[in-house]
Design a protein around this ligand. Structure first.
Ligand code: AKG
Ligand code: FE2
Length: 290
């Protein structure tokens, strides 16, 4: 039986801190099935993308090779449906199965993803301060229907570092500097030891102003504002299989319209960048579109 019970304070906690962990909301039997399916998904991720991969997404792409039924059962879980309706409102769905992914531990070496705010990180640094780009984000920054992201732990997971409250301002404070794609982001070199590298990665996460490590227990569902500062710091020797997904506002056409507009704003921003940096304009797509 799940031990989670919804309480009203959770609503304020989410909107003031930018995250809320629904502790032990996944029942043990579903967790067992998810773990079996996730172990296979992790093995497939290594096979397809190499041992240092950190995710497989969207899972539905691999339906022929995986047992997705436990993930569909997770989408139907009444406890989660109910908790998200109470936390966010009845217009929200706790999953987005068509884009749902799995975050996994890299095999071999630890890995630090780098500090970032989702959305902002989707264009090169020099155009992040462009007026069109910034003002588009400003219009939606506080919009509750967007930026609601999910990490649901199938194994205990302490990889995510987060700056509580940073979702509540678009302005950055001193020291809040994106390190994805930065030269000083820790990278594995053969001439260092794994333990030294692990420490470097840890310090990169822990020294960011206001950073807190999020500790999820297997069966916890964490909802967080993805426009807050956050960073994944992955250890190669601790199993990770964490559902990575969005909590979706389903009413009307606000979200689909915004997604279309955002795609265009991003393309325009990248094009402006490419004019001045022709050799350097390939960026990964948003890992987890809102
Ligand atoms: O590894 C994590 O928990 C964070 C992943 C993340 O930040 C992202 O996909 O944008
Ligand atoms: Fe992110």
């Amino acid at each position: 039986m799940p031990t989670f019970e919804f309480e009203d304070w959770m609503v304020n906690h989410y909107w003031s801190n930018g995250y809320m962990v629904l502790r032990q909301i996944i029942p043990g039997s579903l967790l067992r099935d998810l773990r079996n399916a996730a172990d296979r998904a992790r093995a497939l991720a290594y096979r397809i993308k190499g041992p240092q991969t950190q995710r497989i997404q969207p899972l539905v792409t691999y339906a022929d090779d995986l047992d997705l039924q436990p993930f569909y059962n997770y989408c139907e879980l009444p406890e989660l449906v109910d908790a998200i309706h109470k936390l966010m409102g009845p217009e929200y769905r706790h999953h987005n199965i068509n884009n749902m992914g799995l975050l996994v531990d890299p095999d071999g070496h630890s890995w630090n993803q780098g500090w970032h705010r989702d959305a902002v990180v989707e264009v090169p640094e020099p155009v992040q301060s462009d007026s069109e780009f910034r003002s588009t984000l400003e219009e939606v920054w506080f919009n509750r229907r967007l930026f609601n992201q999910v990490n649901c732990a199938i194994y205990n997971d302490s990889c995510l570092w987060y700056v509580p409250g940073s979702h509540a301002r678009q302005r950055d404070l001193p020291g809040e500097i994106q390190t994805i794609r930065a030269d000083h982001l820790p990278k594995w070199h053969d001439d260092t030891s794994e333990t030294e590298f692990e420490k470097t990665c840890y310090l990169h996460a822990a020294t960011f102003p206001g950073a807190q490590q999020m500790h999820l227990i297997a069966g916890d569902y964490m909802l967080y504002r993805s426009n807050a500062w956050h960073c994944g710091n992955y250890l190669s020797y601790q199993p990770r299989a964490t559902i990575h997904d969005s909590c979706v506002y389903q009413e009307g056409d606000f979200v689909p319209n915004y997604r279309k507009r955002w795609a265009q704003v991003k393309e325009d921003a990248k094009a402006r960048y490419a004019e001045t940096h022709p050799a350097d304009c390939t960026l990964p797509d948003a890992p987890n579109p809102t």
